[in-house]
Design a protein around this ligand. Structure first.
Ligand code: ADE
Length: 232
C-alpha cells in the first residue's frame, strides 16, 4: 500500500489540498510543517517546501526518508514557454532539467554535472494514470519538458535561452530538484503545474493575479490523481 507525498512550494499550492482532507495531524520537522492524514484509507503526507531547489530538495527528501512516502506528487504553478499554454492550462512533466546548472566552462552541456544527467524522466505509470484522469475529466493536459532554476523568469531572452538548451515547455523553481531526489531514492514521482504567467516582462503581475486560481486548478487535478493511485 502506498504512502503518498503531495508537495507544493508555496502555501497557496497546498491549501486547496488540505481543504479536501478534513482532519490532519501537523508535525514540525527540519523547519517545515508536514500534514499527515488518512484519505480514503490511504496515508498522505502534504507539505509546501518554500520556493526553490534547495528547499524543495529538503522537503522531498524528508517526505521519503523521514515520513516513508513511496510515491510523490507535486502540484503547483509554472511560467509557460510553449505558446499553446495559456493561463490556467495544465502541464505534466515528461522530464525535467535544471536550467541554471552551468559548468559549460568545462565543455559540459547546460544542466549537466558528471555522474548526473541533463534530464530526469517522470514515472511512466503515473504519466499513464494522468492520461486516464485527463480523459475522465475531459481536460486537456499538455505533456512536456519542465526546466527548473532558482530564478523567477520574466525576460524573453532568458526564456529563449532555456528553450535553446532544453527545448522546455514550461519553467518553475522546484520540479527538477524534486525529480533528482525521487530518482536517486527510487520513488516514482509526478510533477504537475498550471500556468500562472508566461515568464515575460509582465510575469510578476500575471503571477500575482493568477497564481492562486492556477494553484487550485492544479490541486484539483492532483487530488484526482490521488484517487487514481489509490484505486490501482
Ligand atoms: N513559477 C511560476 N511562474 C514562474 C516564472 N516565471 N519563473 C519561475 N518560476 C515560476
Amino acid at each position: 500500500m502506498n504512502k503518498i507525498a503531495i508537495m507544493g512550494a508555496m502555501p497557496e499550492e497546498v491549501a486547496p489540498i488540505l481543504e479536501k482532507l478534513g482532519e490532519y495531524k501537523t508535525t514540525e520537522y527540519a523547519g517545515n510543517k508536514y500534514y499527515e492524514a488518512t484519505y480514503n484509507g490511504v496515508e498522505l503526507v502534504v507539505a509546501y517546501s518554500k520556493i526553490g531547489k534547495v528547499f524543495s530538495t529538503l522537503t522531498a527528501t524528508t517526505m521519503i526518508e523521514h515520513f516513508a512516502c513511496d510515491v510523490l506528487l507535486f502540484s503547483g504553478v509554472a511560467g509557460g514557454i510553449n505558446p499553446s499554454l495559456k493561463i490556467g492550462d495544465l502541464i505534466v512533466a515528461t522530464k525535467l532539467s535544471q536550467h541554471d546548472l552551468d559548468i559549460t566552462a568545462f565543455g559540459h552541456p547546460m544542466g549537466y554535472v558528471p555522474e548526473g544527467s541533463v534530464f530526469v524522466e517522470t514515472d511512466k505509470d503515473l504519466l499513464a494514470l494522468s492520461k486516464e484522469v485527463a480523459n475522465e475529466l475531459g481536460k486537456t493536459v499538455v505533456e512536456g519538458v519542465i526546466a527548473t532554476g532558482d530564478q523567477f523568469v520574466h525576460d524573453e531572452k532568458i526564456k529563449a535561452n532555456i528553450v535553446k538548451h532544453f527545448n522546455a515547455d514550461a519553467l518553475e523553481m522546484e520540479g527538477g530538484s524534486v525529480a533528482v531526489v525521487c530518482n536517486a531514492l527510487n520513488v516514482p514521482f509526478f510533477i504537475l503545474r498550471a500556468i500562472s504567467d508566461t515568464a515575460d516582462t509582465d510575469a510578476s503581475f500575471s503571477f500575482d493575479e493568477f497564481m492562486e486560481s492556477s494553484a487550485i486548478i492544479s490541486a484539483e487535478f492532483i487530488m484526482k490523481m490521488v484517487d487514481k493511485v489509490i484505486s490501482k
